[in-house]
Design a protein around this ligand. Structure first.
Ligand code: ADP
Length: 540
C-alpha cells in the first residue's frame, strides 16, 4: 500500500520561489569583478532568474541543453543556478583555473549550447570561442558598457541586455525530480576530467542535509561567505542551502586575497565562511600581519584537502570553530563533517582537537564502509585502515556519457581515499590511495607527516611524497615552503618529528622550494612533485 501524501517533485525552482516568498528581503551581497559591491535581495534574485529562464526559452533551447558558466561567486552566477536548472536545462559550471585546452575540451564534451562568462575570462573566451562549435550564444556577465568594441566571439551579448527585455514572471515547468539539473567535471587530479550529472532530487536532498545542525548549520540568522567557488562542486551546495533557509549571502567575486576577504567578513557581519585550506592560509597570514580578529565570524567549513591541526588551533584562538569536512565532486560533494557530539563537549581540549582534525561523521544519506584488499569490510575501531566506499542518493551512479564505464563496486562508489572510522563514526582520511607512501610493506600517511610539518612555526606549506628507495621501495621526502623571513634547517624540521611519529615514519630528507604547485581547486599537485623529484637521491 502506498502512503496517501501529495506527490511533489523536489525541484530546484522551488528553492528560489520559497526564498522569494519567505525571505524576500534577505540580502545577497556581491563583490563585482569591476571592484564595487552589489547588493540586492532574494526577491530581486528570483525575478532575474525568471528573466534568465525566459531568455533561454527565447533561444528555443530544448530541455536538458547545457548552459556553461565560467564565473566567480556573484549574483549573476546565482541567478543562472536557478534560471537554468529551474527551466529544465543543465547548469554546467566550468573551473576557469583549468588550462584553455582543458576548458575547450570540457565545453565540447558537455556540448554547451550557451556559455556565460565573467569579464575576467574575456581573453580566454576570445582565444577559444571558435573552437567550441556547439555554443550558439556567448554571454558576457557584465553591464553593456563592458562589451568589447570588436571581438572574435560570435553571437556575443552582455548579460544585462540579454535579460533586460524579458518578463520577471515565469511558470517554472514541472517534471520528474530525477531530471538532470547540473553538471560538474572532476578536477582531473586523477586522469581525464569526467562529468558528474546531478539531478534536481539529489540537489534538493543534499541541500536539506547540508543545512542540518551537525552539517553546515545554516539558518536565516546567518551571514555566509562561500569562498569555495561556485564552479567547484556548486560551492559545496551553499547556493541551494542558502535559498532553502534564507541565509544572507556574501559573494567574494574574484578578490580572494586575505585582506579583501577579511574586509568583507567584518563589514558584512559574516558568521560562517567556507573554503579550502590554501585560501584560509592567506586570510590567517593577513590577520597575523595586522593583528586582527573576527567580530562576528564563529564558524568555518574547511574541506577539499586535509585541514592541518595548526589551522584548527589558529582559528580557535580567534574564536572561530573549524568544521572539517570531506567530500567529492562525485558526492555533490558533502559526505562527512566533523562536529562534536554532546559527550565530547566535556572532553579535554586535546581530545576535542583530535576529533576535529578528523574528516568527520557521515550525514544522513551517506553510508560509508572501509574494506581491505580482499574486499572484506573492516571494523570501525579507529585503527583499521582501508579503502573508503560510499553510497547514497546524492552520490554518482555513472559518469556523464558513461565515461570510464561503471564506477560502482556492488553498488558502492570507491572514493580512492584510504581511511579509518572510529566507533563514534568519525572518519579520518589517512591518504588518497595513490599518495600513500609504501615503505617496506608498511604504509606511511602523507597527510599525517604534512600536518605535523604545518605545526612548525616556520612552515607555510608542506607536501610529503614517496621517493623510490633501493631497500624500502619508497621513503618519504618532505617538500617545504618556508614562511617569509623565517629560517629553519632540514635537520631542525626532522628533529621536530621526534616523539610525534614512529621513527621509520620520519621523512628521510627535506627540500625547500619557493612554491608547491596547486591544482585548479587549490589542492597540492603531488603528481607534479613526484615527477619533479623522481630522481631525487635520498641520503643514506
Ligand atoms: P578531485 O577528486 O578531482 O581532486 P574533488 O574536489 O572531488 O576533486 O576532490 C575529492 C577528493 O579531495 C577526496 O577524494 C579527497 O581525497 C580529497 N579531500 C576532500 N576533502 C578532504 C579533507 N577534508 N581531507 C582530506 N582530503 C580531502
Amino acid at each position: 500500500m502506498f502512503g496517501a501524501m501529495q506527490e511533489q517533485p523536489l525541484l530546484i525552482s522551488r528553492l528560489i520561489e520559497f526564498a522569494a516568498r519567505n525571505h524576500a528581503d534577505a540580502e545577497i551581497v556581491s563583490r563585482r569583478v569591476e571592484g564595487d559591491l552589489h547588493r540586492y535581495t532574494y526577491r530581486d534574485a528570483a525575478a532575474r532568474s525568471r528573466q534568465v529562464a525566459n531568455a533561454l526559452d527565447r533561444l528555443d533551447l530544448p530541455a536538458a541543453s547545457r548552459v556553461g558558466t565560467l564565473a566567480w561567486n556573484g549574483y549573476r552566477h546565482f541567478e543562472l543556478y536557478f534560471g537554468v536548472s529551474g527551466s529544465a536545462r543543465v547548469l554546467h559550471t566550468i573551473n576557469p583555473r583549468l588550462s584553455p585546452e582543458q576548458v575547450v575540451w570540457i565545453i565540447n564534451d558537455a556540448q554547451d549550447a550557451v556559455l556565460c562568462f565573467d569579464l575576467t575570462f574575456l581573453p580566454i573566451i576570445e582565444a577559444v570561442a571558435t573552437e567550441c562549435p556547439t555554443v550558439k550564444r556567448w554571454v558576457l556577465m557584465a553591464d553593456a558598457d563592458r562589451l568589447p568594441a570588436t571581438t572574435s566571439i560570435p553571437a556575443l551579448i552582455d548579460y544585462e541586455s540579454w535579460i533586460a527585455g524579458e518578463r520577471t514572471e515565469y511558470t517554472w515547468p514541472e517534471f520528474d525530480e530525477r531530471t538532470a539539473a547540473a553538471l560538474c567535471y572532476t578536477s582531473g587530479t586523477t586522469g581525464n576530467p569526467k562529468g558528474v550529472l546531478y539531478s534536481h532530487r539529489s540537489t534538493v536532498l543534499h541541500a536539506y542535509a547540508g543545512a542540518m545542525p551537525d552539517a553546515m548549520n545554516l539558518s536565516s540568522r546567518d551571514s555566509v561567505l562561500p569562498v569555495v567557488p561556485m564552479f567547484h562542486v556548486n560551492a559545496w551546495g551553499i547556493p541551494y542551502v542558502a535559498a532553502m533557509v534564507g541565509v544572507k549571502l556574501v559573494f567574494p567575486g574574484a578578490a580572494l586575497d586575505g585582506k579583501s576577504l577579511h574586509h568583507l567578513i567584518e563589514t558584512e557581519g559574516v558568521t560562517m565562511a567556507a573554503g579550502v585550506p590554501t585560501v584560509w592560509l592567506g586570510l590567517l597570514n593577513h590577520i597575523d600581519s595586522v593583528q586582527g580578529g573576527f567580530a562576528t565570524m564563529r564558524r568555518t567549513v574547511i574541506g577539499g584537502s586535509a585541514c592541518p591541526r595548526a589551522m584548527i588551533e589558529r582559528f580557535r584562538a580567534l574564536g572561530v570553530t573549524v568544521l572539517h569536512a570531506w567530500g567529492m565532486t562525485e558526492m555533490s560533494p558533502l559526505g562527512t563533517l566533523s562536529t562534536l557530539k554532546g559527550k565530547h563537549l566535556v572532553a579535554p581540549e586535546s581530545e576535542q582537537l583530535a576529533l576535529m582534525e578528523k574528516q568527520g561523521r557521515a550525514i544522513f544519506g551517506v553510508e560509508m564502509k572501509i574494506i581491505d584488499d580482499a574486499g572484506r569490510e573492516l571494523p570501525w575501531d579507529g585503527k583499521a585502515t582501508g579503502d573508503l566506499l560510499v553510497r547514497g542518493p546524492w552520490i554518482v551512479s555513472r559518469y556523464f556519457r558513461d565515461a570510464g564505464g561503471d564506477p560502482l563496486v556492488d553498488g558502492w562508489f570507491p572514493t580512492g581515499d584510504v581511511a579509518t572510522i572510529d566507533p563514534d563514526g568519525f572518519m579520518q582520511i589517512t591518504d588518497r590511495s595513490k599518495d600513500v607512501i609504501k615503505s617496506g610493506g608498511e604504509w606511511i600517511s602523507s597527510i599525517d607527516i604534512e600536518n605535523i610539518a604545518m605545526g612548525h612555526p616556520a612552515v607555510a606549506m608542506a607536501a610529503c611524497i614517496g621517493v623510490s628507495h633501493p631497500k624500502w621501495d619508497e621513503r618519504p621526502l618532505l617538500v617545504v615552503v618556508r614562511k617569509p623571513a623565517t629560517e629553519v634547517t632540514a635537520e631542525a624540521l626532522l628533529e621536530f618529528y621526534r616523539g610525534k611519529v614512529a621513527k621509520w615514519q620520519v621523512p628521510d630528507d627535506v627540500v625547500f622550494v619557493d612554491a608547491i604547485p596547486l591544482g585548479a581547486t587549490g589542492k597540492m599537485q603531488k603528481i607534479k612533485l613526484r615527477e619533479q623529484f623522481r630522481d631525487y637521491v635520498l641520503p643514506n
